[in-house]
Design a protein around this ligand. Structure first.
Ligand code: HEM
Length: 398
């Protein structure tokens, strides 16, 4: 293909970091003519762009194909809205995801995560397929009110929707089918909650009212709005934590001294979670539409362009992090935090939940495999839009 950076190529899916380094050094505002998008890769460009929603709009979608086609424009999903509409939608669910509210869910999360790990044989299991893929969807679905036994299906639909064959920018027929089936499933569930309210988030959304403009009257959410909420919360809550824990397992197998340090002092686990988020960001990029002409590093980005904000690259920028390709749980905290959870108005709603789940997963893994190795030949990475990480991490206790 020959492009400096193609986020739908096999090389990228296998290892995005060499391309990112070249972008930062050689083309900090990169234009891919073949796919017609711009990419920002340096920390000091990505973070301010994430904050500047007036210039970089989310309202056209957060992947390249959506911004080009405008197909999802108007879909009532908060990640695809700009303020003030975005603020009103986010306010409806904010209080469920505060650190304090999430802390109250720790016993449920611990039970769920422990339940899946109890099925794993320390002599050999897949840290992703048998473990990290299973618990995040179970936890977020349980919070939403999806019945037991129906939760894992959400993940299969999401996997299909995000999967891309090399070269493929848009969702394929299997993804389209999965998206339609998931929408129909949510619509049916919303109908059931309307007639039979339950103490869950779906019912809360059915009963919630949202102001339609700054001083207008409030009205209830319609079925499409609630379906969009469920798809977003289910999607964002399921795919990313899986990738974080899978990546942490590989990085910590590569650095057994750091795993030993966690074993000796579990209070260091949250720092390991932050480092895993920086080192191999589960959400590699989000795309915006430029709402005006932008001039940066001598390049003009025309109004109406798809602009990729490469969080995965910003987190490895040597201008922001010392020795960025080294995994180090003792990395000093600086004024430039890693932006793996995004930055600005769209910064991750589920950050407290993701941090808690990942911490508990590492705690319980330390109990199961105090010393372990991974079969590097067996490592597989996903090929997905926006999301990156391992699909398979064979683990065995040593
Ligand atoms: C390690 C795990 C996670 C990572 C790396 C991650 C990353 C991100 C990032 C980078 C964004 C910003 C998107 C943008 O700027 O366009 C985001 C937004 C969001 N995340 Fe997460 N996320 C994680 C887990 C979760 C979980 C567990 C939930 C559960 C509900 C969640 C829900 C959301 C939602 C709803 C948004 C949209 C917020 C908005 O538009 O205001 N995320 N996440």
């Amino acid at each position: 293909m020959g492009a400096l950076f193609d986020p739908f190529s096999e090389e990228y899916f296998a290892d995005p970091y060499p391309a990112y380094r070249r972008l930062r050094d050689e083309a900090p505002v990169y234009y891919n003519a073949e796919r017609d998008f711009y990419a920002l890769s340096r920390y000091d460009d990505v973070a301010p762009a994430q904050k500047d929603f007036a210039t970089y709009s989310s309202a056209y979608g957060v992947d390249v194909a959506s911004v080009h086609s405008g197909r999802w424009r108007g879909l009532p999903m908060m990640i695809m809205m700009d303020p003030p509409e975005h603020r009103r939608m986010r306010a409806l669910v904010n209080k469920v995801f505060t650190p304090r509210a999430i802390a109250a869910l720790e016993p449920m999360a611990r039970e769920t995560i422990g339940g899946f790990l109890a099925e794993c044989d320390p002599a050999g299991f897949d840290g992703v397929a048998d473990f990290a893929a299973l618990f995040p969807v179970e936890i977020i679905s349980r919070m939403l009110g999806i019945p037991e036994g129906e939760r894992q299906q959400i993940r299969h639909w999401l996997d299909a929707a995000l999967h891309r064959e090399p070269g493929e920018e848009e969702m394929g027929p299997a993804g389209e089918r999965a998206t339609a089936e998931m929408g129909a499933y949510f619509l049916d569930l919303i109908g059931r909650r309307r007639s039979d309210p339950q103490p869950d988030m779906i019912t809360a959304l059915v009963e919630a009212e949202v102001a339609r403009d700054e001083d207008g009257a409030s009205t209830r959410l319609d079925d499409l709005e609630i379906t969009s909420f469920l798809s977003l919360l289910g999607g964002a809550g399921a795919e990313t934590v899986t990738k974080l824990v899978g990546g942490a397992l590989v990085a910590l197998a590569d650095h057994p001294d750091q795993w030993a340090a966690l074993r000796e002092d579990r209070s260091r686990i949250p720092a390991a979670v932050e480092e895993a988020l920086r080192f191999d960001a589960p959400a590699q990029y989000n795309v915006r539409r430029s709402m005006r002409e932008v001039r940066l590093h001598g390049v003009t980005i025309p109004e109406g362009s798809a602009v990729m904000l490469l969080v995965g690259s910003a987190n490895r920028d040597e201008r922001a992090f010392a020795d960025p390709d080294r995994f180090d749980i003792d990395r000093p905290v600086t004024g430039r935090p890693n932006i793996g959870f995004g930055y600005g108005v769209h910064s991750c709603l589920g950050a407290a939940l993701a941090r808690m789940e990942s911490r508990i997963a590492l705690e319980l893994l330390l109990d199961l495999v105090p010393r372990y190795d991974v079969d590097r030949e067996g490592l597989r990475r996903v090929s997905m839009s926006n999301v990156a990480g391992y699909a398979s991490v064979p683990v065995r206790a040593v």
